[in-house]
Every structure is written in structure tokens, then in C-alpha cells.
Design a protein around this ligand. Structure first.
Ligand code: ATP
Length: 275
């Protein structure tokens, strides 16, 4: 079953804005820059699709388009077969079905909110759950992300970086989404914490048949987690692969990415959960 489908998705930003941001003057007379160009992509239920590409290739813009945080210039984005801009799709449905976990998600944790309050908020807003259900679900969520119940009573400053990211993942899971987009979510963690969270995400995915879109610069991480990988270069998806055989791949940027794999050390975290 297809959860997400992108058809010829394009996003152009007016160059005026970019120039202002970068303090540049008009040079070539172009009116806009195409951050995302005619992207076709399909994500199935229970699948993890990696999205890799160099800085500025359009990955985050694509994530924001799917989340309806940016408007499309052209093309279509379908969630469960319905256009996210169509009459049958309410914004609230998009915000519930698709959750985003960012690299600095932890900075969005209110410093004075206990973990149990962080988890309760989306359940109240999106699910209209009552306090006893919220309590029960919070316990399940915190356990699902590999932490024990005592963490519900903690404040963000009492948590490690990896534990904060786990809480952010629990918060994303709280509304029972169909798709979670991870935008460099593990990038600031050490390799052991990364490996331990990758294992946890795989376990949750198996239990809940969730779909993941995993945006990363790190092809080694993508290899651990993703069923398929789409390579983005200058706004376009230049190739998609599921077999890790460099010989079968064609784009020079993909080959450059594969060269970074040699430096990557695979780590199994079974004994080192970052609790
Ligand atoms: N709000 C905006 N206004 C104007 N241009 C933008 C805006 N957001 C992104 N861009 C431009 O769109 C292009 C793609 O940016 P984007 O952030 O999607 O890349 P990315 O692949 O996610 O990069 P990174 O890996 O560094 O986060 C860049 O050229 C960027 O400058």
C-alpha cells in the first residue's frame, strides 16, 4: 500500500528572497531558484526510504512540502491517495499523519515541561484523549523508545542528547502517525547512540508498520536503516537504489557518497543502549 506519493513536485523560491538573505545583488536576471525539481517519489507502508544528498540539494525543502510547511510551485503530493491540497484533506489530518523529527528537535522541548507533559500535549490536541488514557499511552510510548517510566517525571535538562531525541521520537509517535520524516535527526549523536536508536526505530516500525523518510548526509546510517535510498542532487532525484552495489549505480555524486562508506564503522549497540 502506498502511503506517500510525490508527482512532479517542484518548488521555486523567488530569488529576491535569497538575495536578501545572502546580501547579494541581482546578476543573471533569474527570477527564482528551483530548490526541488520535478520529483517523483513513492513510499510504501512499513518502508524506510532514505533521502541523501549534499547540502542545499533540496532535501529539507522536500520534507517541508510534504508537511505543508511550504507551498508547492507545481506537482502533487498524495497522502493515502488523497492530495494534501484537495478538498478531502484537512490540514489537521496532514499534521497528524506526518510527523517530523529534526536534528535539533530537542531544542523544541520546553525547558520547564516534564517529559509526561511533552507527550500529553499532542495526545490532547490531536487525539482528544482523557487523562487516564494519556497516562497509559505515555507509559507505553516512553517504553517503546527504550526509556523507563521514571523518565516521564524528568525535565529536558536532566536528559542526555540521545535521550532527548528518544523523547522527541516518542512525541512524534504519540499521535499515531503513518509517516515520520527524520531530517538529520541522529546527526548530532555519537555512533553508539545512533546505532541504538536505529535498532529502536526498526523495532517500532516492525510493530506498527510505520513508514519512514530518513533524510541524511550519512550513507552509512542510511545503509543500516533504509530499504531504498533516493539520491538528490541540485533539486532532482538523480537515482534510487536498494542494492548496495556501487557498480550498478550511475551518478557521480552517488559514487562520491559511496567513497565515504569506507570510512564508516558499523557498530552494534545491543550492549550499549544510551539510557
Ligand atoms: N525559505 C527559503 N527561501 C529561499 N530559498 C530557500 C529557502 N529555503 C531553502 N532555500 C534554498 O533552496 C535550496 C535547497 O535548500 P534545502 O534546505 O532544501 O537543502 P538541503 O538539501 O536540506 O540542505 P542541508 O543538507 O544543508 O540542510 C538551497 O539553495 C536554499 O538556499
Amino acid at each position: 500500500m502506498i502511503v506517500l506519493e510525490l508527482r512532479q513536485v517542484t518548488k521555486a523560491f523567488p530569488l529576491r528572497l535569497l538575495r536578501r538573505r545572502r546580501g547579494l545583488k541581482a546578476q543573471d536576471g533569474k527570477a527564482s531558484v528551483q530548490a526541488v525539481k520535478q520529483v517523483d517519489l513513492v513510499l510504501h507502508r512499513g518502508e524506510t526510504l532514505g533521502l541523501v544528498g549534499e547540502s542545499g540539494s533540496g532535501k529539507s525543502t522536500l520534507a517541508k512540502l510534504i508537511m505543508k510547511l511550504e507551498t508547492l510551485s507545481s506537482g502533487q503530493i498524495l497522502l493515502g491517495g488523497q492530495s494534501i491540497y484537495g478538498p478531502h484533506m484537512k490540514d489537521l489530518q496532514v499534521y497528524k499523519s506526518v510527523q517530523l523529527v529534526l536534528q535539533d528537535s530537542a531544542s523544541s522541548l520546553h525547558p520547564r515541561m516534564l517529559v509526561k507533559e511533552v507527550l500529553a500535549e499532542p495526545m490532547r490536541n490531536f487525539e482528544a484523549k482523557r487523562p487516564p488514557e494519556i497516562r497509559e499511552s505515555s507509559v507505553q510510548l516512553i517504553r517503546a523508545v527504550g526509556l523507563d517510566e521514571s523518565f516521564l517525571e524528568k525535565l529536558p535538562h536532566q536528559l542526555s542528547g540521545g535521550q532527548k531525541q528518544r523523547v522527541c521520537i516518542a512525541r512524534a509517535l504519540a499521535v499515531q502517525p503513518e509517516l515520520i520524516i527524520f531530517d538529520e535527526s541522529l546527526a548530532s549523536l555519537d555512533p553508539l547512540s545512533q546505532a541504538s536508536i536505529v535498532e529502536m526505530l526498526q523495532q517500532i516500525q516492525r510493530q506498527q508498520e510505520l513508514s519512514y523518510l530518513f533524510i541524511t548526509h550519512d550513507l552509512g546510517l542510511a545503509r543500516q536503516l533504509c530499504d531504498r535510498v533516493a539520491v538528490m542532487y541540485q533539486g532532482e532525484i538523480v537515482e534510487t537504489f536498494s542494492e548496495w552495489e556501487e557498480g550498478k549505480l550511475k551518478h557521480p555524486y552517488t559514487h562520491a557518497l559511496f567513497a565515504t562508506l569506507d570510512e564508516h564503522v558499523e557498530i552494534s549497540s545491543a550492549e550499549y543502549a544510551d539510557k
